[in-house]
Design a protein. Sequence first.
Length: 339
Amino acid sequence: MSGPKVSVALPCFNCAATLPAALDSLLAQTLGEIEILAVDDGSTDDTADVLRDYARRDGRVRPLTLPHGGIVPALNAALAAARAPLAARMDADDLCMPERLEVQARLLDERPELGLVGCRVRFGGDRAARGGYAHYVDWINGLTAPGDIYVNRFVESPFAHPSIVFRRELADRLGSYRAGPFPEDYELILRFLEAGVRMAKAEAELLVWNDPPERLSRNHPSYAVDAFYRLKTGFLARWLARNNPHHPDVLVLGAGRTTRKRADLLLEHGVNIVAYADIDPRKIGRAVNGRPVLHRDQLPPAGECFCLSYVGSRGARDDIAAFLRERGWKEGMDCLMVG
């Protein structure tokens, strides 16, 4: 073997209980030309012992050790040490299907226009207890084509982060993971998409995405809802400046207090909200901060303004998208779903 085809970035922090199963699933891949860059992020449990044991048994496991600094330094250390042209993500509490890396590497080989691919994932939590997370998994699993990923990227992150594989040169050219008061995975996806990187997903479920109580996205302030909105607002404002034919004017669907709070973040970036639209009769006909609240049936025809839907409640987003499509509005051209 001249060298690995895929380098797997696997951050590890106090994960001795789940790490063996994750490593076993990687070492059982049908694609054998891999290396596993397992970064021990200053663990205080038996994580280091587990990694040493696996490295003795299989040279594809390459442990790296850092003082505890969090996921971003761990991921960037893995990318800096990587030798393969493709970089894959994996978490120490998730599981890969045996064909995962082979399928994703083949997809990148066969479609050179793609820079990053994910896969559909299987929710590894309790659907009854964690209905919101399960609904999110269903949503991302419905986005496989580049166009669907492109127009929906301002709703939420369109990928389960541990499921992605990307061309490593992208990190060299566009920058690797960045630390800040935002989710590092979503920032990377938005930054790559902004740079024109095309993305898709394998149709198969190739990763079990578990949902343990200590999951970072459930506990760290960088993954709070407001952090997501602050992050995506900057990217959205730049997208609008390039693509909204009526820039800086937009019309916002949704006139509730939470919707307005999130949409108002655009004002800091020079975007002008000309009006809101809603279906709640208590809001219609009023003015909010000098902006009229219309009934959505009063929307001008497609092409006369650009519409952003900030309504994110379950089912409402699909209803609004269908409403706009029926009236000739095209996502990415006349409107976007952003909430």
